[in-house]
Design a protein. Structure first.
Lengths: 447, 178
């Protein structure tokens, strides 16, 4: 018998007080239900096309708790299948995947091609075309980043991005503003933590309020221009923005320059890199016009793909790890494919000293997320919900940028993430979610 | 002849002892939180490389480790950033190491691979224990390939390759060096 409250939107995410129950981080039933209602339904990030360049290349990824294989077939098409566990390697090149247990083998497009004793055991009657690897319902190659969903009824990926597209594009477009053109540096960092997947997701979704966490790295300084701090500051004269896309739970933290400013020198540790960055800056202004004033920042594509579109340029998936207080983090770093080798090397080195489990900045994040998750246990703790009131009522409906824009610090991004999460948890399907939303908005309008 | 062979064996044992003592001493400095003394044991041109490991098909093991100066690694840097790591711990506000963890490096299976007089390539295994706050405990087990260089009459570390025997890192972070 379930002990869950009837409605997530009313029982766990309080839209009047902007609070979220601590149960969402620690409750086993909630964790199991979100595998079905969140992870089996929404768009999830799988990997980058540069990881599978040649026919036969494959990369084993995850969608929620499920193992999936991303492959490129002989025709160059990308496929995505459930792969538990016909492939025990992380990546490679193969003509065929063979399950080591009974020896069934599958082609790169997932179709079942080999069955031992097909004649003797199955009398050639097994319908091979019905027993291929389960293919995802929708797949999208968005500017080199590969996304998939198990739900045929899910909106298209671009619809799903919604207003956050403009901010996500800053990650995946080239530094000079031309569309796409990124590649992933070799290797994916993978590590396990004792935090709920939402702890990290909400941090990147909108938390601009935790700078004290990073005081030590700012004191020693690891930025690409030397001195104190962990990044170059190019945000002078810009307004600081928190932008929520509550329709699908995404959030972005960014800035917008108030005018077309000249280049703020950055990447000064190396003149060649600095020159390249300056060139890209002016090209971007030329290519994008006023939109170039929107700067890179950090964001989260619901549910669990966070990105840093500026310094360092990187994406992380916070996979649920088999229980409410376990996750597995996977991290990729992006560079412009056509950037000079020296630039790529500098960015790789900067990314490593900044991010990941050994990164001087992120070590402290992991510490906080783990203890925040742990602090959600306990009877007395559970009576005290988490507070997301920064930026409450500050949403500017008339802002010219897309999304729900709040100037200054705001937790409306995180709250938007939890509200959409609760909508999904309350819904039987995508159709049901949209129907319930329409009814709620109608009733709210009446009241 | 016999004497010479014996001498050489004794010399080799002394050399082994000397190297082992050095590695033990180095580990002690770190575990006793004498971080600046530990830093002094690194040459200015040290390369510290800690690759990640992939699961690869039999026969493709040259792809098992991520590449130095090319791919993502756990750590891939020189003395500048290693110094920053120590400085960060010494700020007292590095929350991932505040309060400081209790770290124990067990260094064993020391094997001199190549002795060039003023430079020595040495392999060893490590069992490194990290315990922090209350019950949080991690165990890091792996092997190391070091190059030690004689500088002003004492050994320094000129290169360290740390191969942790994990593909998915089973710890939430790496606040320590190996």
């Amino acid at each position: 018998m379930t002990t869950l409250k009837q409605s997530f939107l009313q029982g766990y995410v309080d839209k009047e007080n902007y609070t979220v129950s601590r149960q969402v981080y620690v409750n086993d039933e909630i964790y199991r239900l979100e595998q079905e209602r969140v992870f089996a339904r929404v768009w999830l990030f799988i990997g980058h096309e540069s990881q599978i360049q040649k026919p036969g290349d494959y990369f084993v990824s995850r969608m929620g708790e499920e193992s999936v294989i991303m492959t490129r077939d002989r025709q160059g098409e990308i496929h995505m299948h459930r792969g538990m566990k016909v492939c025990r390697y992380d990546e490679g090149n193969t003509p065929v995947f063979t399950c080591p247990y009974h020896g069934w083998s599958y082609a790169l497009n997932g179709s079942l091609v080999g069955v031992p004793y097909y004649k003797e055991a199955y009398h050639s009657e097994l319908k091979k075309n019905e027993w291929g690897l389960v293919e995802v319902a929708q797949l999208c190659n968005y500017k080199g980043t590969i996304w998939a969903t198990w739900d045929a009824k899910a909106p298209t990926f671009e619809e799903y991005l919604g207003d956050t597209k403009l901010y996500y594009d800053i990650l995946v477009d080239s530094r000079d503003g031309s569309p796409g053109g990124s590649e992933a540096i070799g290797g994916v960092q993978k590590w396990r933590t004792g935090a709920n997947w939402k702890s990290a997701a909400e941090n990147a979704c909108g938390d601009g309020y935790h700078n004290i966490s990073h005081r030590s790295v700012d004191m020693v300084g690891i930025g690409p221009s030397g001195g104190k701090g962990r990044r170059d500051d190019e945000t002078g004269g810009s307004r600081r923005l928190a932008i929520s896309t509550p329709e699908f739970g995404h959030g972005a933290l960014t800035g917008e320059q108030l005018d077309d400013y000249p280049w703020t020198p950055a990447y000064l540790n190396d003149p060649e890199v600095a020159e390249w960055a300056e060139h890209c800056y002016y090209e971007r202004q030329r290519n994008l016009g006023k939109l170039a004033r929107v700067l890179g920042g950090v964001g989260n594509i619901f549910p669990n793909m966070s990105y840093w579109s500026r310094q360092p340029r990187r994406m992380v998936v916070w996979h649920p790890g088999g229980g409410p207080q376990q996750s597995e983090y996977w991290s990729w770093f992006l560079v412009d494919k056509n950037a000079p080798d020296k630039v790529k090397e500098m960015l790789r080195h900067y990314g490593l000293r900044y991010s990941g489990p050994a990164g001087l900045t992120e070590q402290d994040d992991m510490e906080n997320w783990n203890y925040a998750s742990k602090a959600s246990n306990g009877v007395i703790a559970s009576r005290q919900p988490y507070n997301y009131q920064i930026g409450k009522g500050r949403f500017n409906k008339n802002d010219h940028l897309p999304g729900h824009v709040v100037e200054g610090m705001s937790e409306m991004n995180q709250f938007g993430m939890y509200s959409f999460w609760a909508e999904l948890m309350d819904a039987e399907s995508w159709d049901d979610l949209f129907e319930k939303r329409e009814r709620r908005e109608y009733e709210e309008g009446k009241a | 002849m016999t004497t010479q062979a014996q001498q050489s064996a004794v010399e080799r044992m002394l050399r082994h002892h000397e190297i082992e003592q050095f590695l033990t001493h180095e580990a002690s400095l770190y575990d006793e939180r004498r971080y600046n003394e530990w830093l002094d044991l690194l040459t200015d041109d040290i390369r510290y490389y800690m690759p990640m490991l992939r699961n690869v098909k039999f026969g493709e093991h040259e792809r098992e480790l991520t590449r130095e100066m090319e791919d993502l690694n756990w750590i891939d840097e020189g003395k500048d950033i290693l110094t920053k790591r120590i400085e960060q711990i010494l700020t007292g506000v590095h929350w991932a190491e505040e309060p400081l963890s209790r770290i124990v490096h067990v260094i064993t299976n020391v094997l001199i691979e190549d002795d060039r007089g003023d430079e020595v390539d040495v392999k060893c295994k490590f069992v490194t224990y990290r315990n922090r706050v209350e019950t949080e405990t991690d165990l890091f087990i792996g092997r190391r390939e070091d190059t030690l260089r004689m500088v002003d009459g004492w050994w320094k570390i000129a290169r360290r390759k740390v191969i942790l025997a994990q593909s998915v890192l089973l710890a939430k972070n790496l606040t320590l060096l190996f």
